[in-house]
Ligand binder design. Structure first.
Ligand code: SF4
Length: 550
């Protein structure tokens, strides 16, 4: 009988890695592969499954070995799952009676419950050992009777990533699972210490993974049913394989080879997106970056987002925190990504920038927030699009400069006013620009069911769509944009069956609103578009109206 191992996914979120559903992190897959290489039969459970099915705790106790992966080093808000709290992590350790219990992942850097609070590094009770450093390598060393400490070595982890790829079929969201793909770990900007708040420099100088190793993993995942991929586990996708230096020039040839290899390895791929992109790379190496972006756009799927860690528009804060890019560089980079990626395919822009702001950094003043607001207004008024603006409070970790030098709590009121300003003044016009009324979004996955259901496309920062109809959870629909919220859109399934649509949904039709719902219902059934227009006028959704009566 093979020994049984169980992996508990407490979810991870780091500056350069996401593993909160629908995402599954590379750590889970390589740990699974390492266990399989030892002959373990591997079971996978998420922290959400444990929360909703406490009986599953018995399953934990029947296993011979338990490995939990957890840790959040950037604060976030999530729809698909809730990362394990420190208390929950310790409960898992204490409740489970397995002979051996190991914990790994970014939790080793410390824990904070939310942004604006300092993380504390402590011994995690209930576990036999912390897998220090790279979890799968540390696990392998431990199973060899050595210390549970691991240094990343892709020659060791690549075969495990293939062997462990089948674990995705155990994910509760499967097949709607986004595989976070690793191409590099460690940040070149770390050469000068890195950004003051960031944990990525803890991984050292960048290590780049070989294209054949990445492609083999993609092929293995694809063979197990994976269709959604984000090349997101790296601090700067444009720096893939680039040379030494703090801001190396992109290698478009390598990006072309990487993304075409992924495509070849996954012929039925549905989503291929990216994540972090360093605006300083784009501003300093414009031509090479343009070529690199074109290479990505040739092979990715549309609706993609290049996330810029801008953090602040105040040059004094940039200097005080050794941040990577000045506001004018970020502005230039936003323009370049708009020029290269702004065209539409499948109704959505190919690739747009996303902006991350971090508040509570050293050197902030009231004026910092004014500069942030002015910067975003400048972007908006220049006609440039950004897919989304993320505003967070710093969560400093021991060992980062921000741990001792920050302005946490000092400008709380101004921070909240900045967020509100962005919601009202920036987010709405950006949504109107990116998702005009009449835009049909394909393959929305319904994640929350209710009188108002919520769904998203699979992707990097997909827009949240509220649908004023009760739809089955996990169903997949196409929907048309009919209105905008601050950070979400309202959509209706297409085709819109106007003659049978419930009144609660009719009010969202452009030109109808609350006032004309009764008029629309009184005139139903409509036989033609002209008859409908006589009540509601014409609008961008006309092409998706359906006049059948049953
Ligand atoms: S550039 Fe800064 S924020 Fe980005 S990974 Fe490097 S240190 Fe972290």
């Amino acid at each position: 009988m093979p020994a049984d191992a169980i992996i508990i996914d407490g979810y991870v979120d780091e500056p350069a890695c996401l593993g909160v559903p629908p995402y599954i992190s590379p750590y889970i897959r390589t740990v699974a592969g390492a266990l399989i290489s030892y002959g373990f039969s591997v079971r996978y459970l998420t922290i959400d499954q444990l929360r909703t099915g406490p009986a599953k705790v018995n399953e934990l106790s029947r296993a011979d070995l338990l490995v939990m992966i957890a840790g959040v080093t950037v604060p976030g808000k999530y729809l698909g799952g809730t990362p394990a709290t420190l208390t929950e992590i310790q409960q898992v350790g204490h409740m489970c009676r397995s002979p051996k219990k190991l914990i790994g992942g970014p939790i080793g850097f410390g824990y904070a419950p939310e942004g604006g609070q300092k993380a504390i590094r402590q011994v995690i009770s209930g576990f036999d050992a912390l897998l220090e450093g790279e979890p799968a390598v540390a696990l392998d060393n431990y199973l060899h009777g050595e210390k549970p400490v691991g240094t990343l070595d892709y020659a060791r982890t690549d075969p495990w990533s293939v062997a462990g790829s089948g674990i995705i079929a155990q994910h509760p969201g499967f097949p709607h699972v986004m595989c976070e793909m690793e191409t590099a770990r460690g940040c070149s900007h770390g050469a000068t210490g890195g950004c003051s708040f960031c944990t990525e420099p803890f991984y050292g100088r960048p290590k780049y993974r070989r294209i054949d190793g990445i492609a083999d993993e993609v092929a293995a995942l694809h063979s197990h049913g994976a269709r959604h991929f984000r090349v997101g586990r790296q601090p700067d996708i444009l720096a893939y394989g680039a040379g030494a230096g703090e801001f190396p020039a992109p290698r478009p040839d390598l990006l072309e080879a990487l993304f075409s290899a992924i495509r070849a390895a996954a012929p039925e791929i549905k989503t291929l997106h990216i994540d972090n992109t360093n605006p300083a790379t784009i501003a300093r190496h414009e031509e090479a970056s343009r070529e690199a972006l074109r290479a990505i756009i040739r092979h990715h799927t549309p609706g993609d987002v290049a996330a810029f860690g801008m953090e602040t528009a105040d040059p004094a804060v940039v200097a005080a925190n050794n941040l990577k890019a000045l506001p004018d560089e970020v502005f230039r980079a936003i323009g370049i990504v708009n020029e290269e990626g702004g065209q539409r395919r499948d109704n959505v822009p190919e690739l747009l920038p996303g902006l991350n702001f971090v508040c509570g950094l050293s050197g902030e003043t009231e004026e910092t927030y004014e500069r942030n607001e002015q910067f975003l207004v400048r972007v908006r008024d220049a006609g440039l699009s950004v897919r989304r603006v993320n505003i967070r409070q710093v969560m400093p970790f021991p060992g980062t400069p921000a741990y001792t030098e920050n302005t946490i709590g000092k400008y709380e009121r101004r921070f909240r006013a900045f967020k509100e300003f962005v919601r009202q003044t920036i987010d709405l016009p950006m949504l109107q620009r990116v998702f005009p009324i009449g835009t049909v979004l394909h393959d929305l996955h319904i994640e929350v069911s209710g009188n108002l259901s919520f769904g998203r496309q699979m992707g990097s920062y997909p827009i949240l769509a509220g649908i004023p109809l009760r739809l089955p959870e996990r169903s997949v629909i196409d929907a048309v944009v009919v209105d905008w919220g601050m950070r979400s859109i309202t959509a209706l399934p297409v085709p819109i069956r106007i003659n049978t649509l419930p009144a609660s949904a009719i009010r969202w039709l452009p030109g109808v609103g609350k006032k004309r719902v009764a008029a629309v219902i009184a005139k139903r059934p409509f036989a033609t578009i002209e008859a409908y227009r006589r009540v509601a006028g014409s609008s961008a959704i006309d092409p998706v109206l359906d006049f059948s009566v049953d």
